[in-house]
Design a protein around this ligand. Structure first.
Ligand code: ADP
Ligand code: MG
Length: 392
């Protein structure tokens, strides 16, 4: 995926107005009828038509006329809306290289006015799997707003809320700076994902620190659910930072033990294979019980299933229990199905891991945007996002 800052710089206030109109329409339409876009944007003298053409040219919108004439945002269009809001808030002033690409996110460097470099994570929940999941398990059928846009926003909100709460409880996580739409801004972690590390000075200490983290999380009532060498960063001093929280669940979750075991197993397996560690390890905590299995390997059991969940902190960040339920439904469907790529329709939203294009590696580019209005529609024109009479 290309994040062409040059295009972003050339977009006008009207471009953002129409982009925002499509976003608003997507609250209750997967494809927003053209007529509704015109009505929400309400540009004078048929100006919307010209703007739509420009947005299509830059792949910020997708045109769909299969059922009726309409538009939806592309990831890029959604990215631009989030980036513009962040820039207007003064969170950062420039966008740099892409530093990570996950199955369901893209990570870029961004810079503050004083030159501090931060990390921007753009969530792409459903990039690979949403269409596949949707076609198999249609638990989303009653709510047209449960689309990738909604899920990506939820994932970002959850990640931001958890990062903040974990930081407040002294966990080694990035500093959560801000969140808008599907975008999370956090401090840039020095170091590398553990998966890239071939040698460690003190593998036992690192291992114990990492297992200690899984256990401490459980004591706080949480399971990471994707705790592995890809989501643990390590620096030259062998200091650990954990990242990537959208899939975390509470220890009271019905599959908690399975998720917990899987996290622990991933770490054991990695250290066994990569650093030839053989383990003698015990933990003494309120929340976990350590025993040995038939082969003498330590096993952990969650015993206190309602350890203090960080409910209050999470709610303070705007992430509700209902949000948690919604996102869990999606993530569980995802795990169950183990990500089949079968439903790929080859549209312009599809991104391949190898797609880290040159364009994104030109160094930090400053963002002098054309206008500095918040990317919501201003109050001087009527805005209506009612169900349209058109079929949808
Ligand atoms: P995903 O959910 O797609 O797996 P991650 O949060 O794990 O996304 O990020 C993907 C990659 O991006 C990481 O493996 C890491 O290399 C890089 N990354 C993510 N967050 C940061 C950060 N705050 N600082 C530096 N690199 C990061
Ligand atoms: Mg990850």
């Amino acid at each position: 995926m290309k994040l062409d800052v040059e295009v972003l710089r050339t977009l006008s206030k009207d471009d953002f107005r129409v982009l925002t109109a499509v976003e608003m329409g997507m609250r209750n339409h997967e494809i927003v009828p053209s007529e509704l876009v015109h009505r929400i944007a309400s540009l004078k003298h048929g100006g919307t038509y010209k703007v739509l053409k420009n947005l299509l040219k830059h792949k910020l919108l997708h045109h769909d006329s299969s059922k009726y004439d309409g538009f939806r945002l592309t990831y890029l269009g959604y990215d631009f809306l989030a980036i513009k809001t962040m820039v207007n808030r003064g969170v950062f002033v420039a966008v740099g290289c892409q530093i990570g690409v996950g199955k369901e996110s893209d990570i870029f460097e961004v810079a503050r006015e004083d030159g501090t470099v931060l990390a921007m994570k753009l969530h792409r929940l459903g990039r690979v799997s949403f269409r596949a999941v949707k076609s198999k398990r249609d638990y989303l059928r009653h709510r047209s707003s449960y689309n990738w846009l909604y899920l990506s926003r939820l994932a970002a909100l959850k990640e931001f809320a958890f990062m903040k709460a974990l930081e407040e409880h002294g966990f080694p996580v990035p500093n959560a700076v801000d969140c808008n739409r599907h975008c999370v801004i956090m401090s840039l972690v020095q170091g590398y994902p553990l998966v890239q590390v071939k040698q460690l000075e003190n593998p036992e200490t690192v291992f114990e620190t990492i297992i200690g983290l899984v256990v401490r999380l459980a004591e706080h009532g949480l399971i990471h659910c994707d705790f592995n060498e890809f989501n643990i960063m390590i620096d030259d001093d062998e200091k650990i930072t954990m990242i990537d929280f959208p899939q975390m669940v509470s220890v009271s979750h019905q599959n908690a033990q399975m998720y917990f075991d899987r996290d622990v197993e991933c770490i054991f397996k990695f250290f066994r294979k990569r650093f030839n560690l053989t383990f003698e390890y015990t933990v003494d905590t309120d929340c976990t019980e350590v025993d040995t299995d038939d082969s003498g390997r330590p096993c952990f059991s969650l015993i206190n299933k309602d350890a203090g969940f960080l409910d209050k902190e999470l709610a303070a960040s705007g992430f509700t229990r209902k949000d948690q339920e919604d996102i869990e439904k999606f993530i569980e469907g995802d795990i169950e199905k183990n990500i089949s790529n079968g439903d790929d329709d080859g549209s312009e939203d599809d991104v391949h891991i190898s797609d880290l294009n040159e364009e994104n590696n030109k160094g930090i580019e400053s963002l002098h945007l054309q206008d500095q209005v918040e990317s919501t529609l201003d109050g001087d024109r009527p805005v209506e996002v009612k169900e349209s009479k058109q079929k949808s």
